[in-house]
Design a protein around this ligand. Structure first.
Ligand SMILES: CC(C)(COP(=O)(O)OP(=O)(O)OC[C@H]1O[C@@H](n2cnc3c(N)ncnc32)[C@H](O)[C@@H]1OP(=O)(O)O)[C@@H](O)C(=O)NCCC(=O)NCCS
Length: 193
């Protein structure tokens, strides 16, 4: 895969997902708004809650943000062929930049979960953030979201219960360290961003 190409938006990466369908990851485009809305609206209540902390309708500004990660940010989607010969968005991941730190989140459509899409998207975000010279990635994960926490542990993230909110785990990855290092960040890392 050409990471620089993916960063610029020109290059995509395709592979065979777990159930034998060819899927493609690419940069999110402004025109993806309707596709992202459709994916978010079709999420199960649990997936919506895990990603957006609501079981209800996700507001338009939040969905628009999935395609507009701001200066220095990166947004990726995974698309799969649909029955009409088009492409459907089946996963979305992005990071927004705050100082030298990237704050990330990811969601995979329910029918596509457990096929490696989430892990691959997070790995790509880590690579892109590292290539951009960012110092670290952080995120908030609901403490009950064992799948997400297991994936992040496998990718080298450290996690701890958020001191301000026991329902959340704060997950961090120091990008200055080798890719799979599980080095814990200093306690004041949060405030030093
Ligand atoms: C969490 C999420 C992004 C993961 O993406 P995914 O494509 O489903 O996950 P993957 O297929 O890449 O990886 C699944 C891994 O989790 C593991 N796993 C699955 N269920 C698990 C569980 N209950 N506990 C621990 N590990 C679990 C699997 O064993 C697999 O690991 P393996 O590849 O080593 O076998 C996706 O499930 C999702 O969108 N969930 C709802 C929204 C969400 O939670 N977003 C994160 C918000 S911070």
């Amino acid at each position: 895969m050409d990471l620089q190409g993916l960063a610029r938006g020109g290059v995509t990466e395709s592979w065979m997902a777990g159930r034998g369908t060819q899927v493609t990851v690419r940069r999110t485009r402004v025109q993806d708004g309707a596709g992202l809305r459709a994916m978010v609206d079709a999420l199960s209540r649990e997936s919506r809650y895990y990603r957006f902390l609501t079981g209800g309708r996700v507001i338009d500004e939040i969905v628009a943000g999935l395609a507009a990660p701001g200066d220095g940010g990166v947004a990726l989607v995974v698309v799969a062929p649909d029955e009409a010969g088009g492409q459907t968005i089946v996963a979305s991941a992005e990071y927004v930049v705050s100082g030298q730190i990237a704050e990330f989140a990811v969601v995979v459509a329910d029918a596509w979960q457990g096929q490696g899409l989430g892990r691959r998207l997070i790995a790509r975000l880590c690579e892109l953030a590292r290539a951009a010279g960012l110092h670290g990635l952080r995120g908030d994960v609901l403490s009950e979201n064992r799948r997400m926490l297991a994936i992040l542990k496998g990718l080298g993230f450290a996690s701890r219960r958020n001191p301000q909110d026991s329902y959340l785990h704060e997950v961090t990855l120091a990008l200055a360290q080798p890719a799979r290092s599980a080095q814990r960040l200093p306690a004041d890392w949060f405030s030093a961003r």
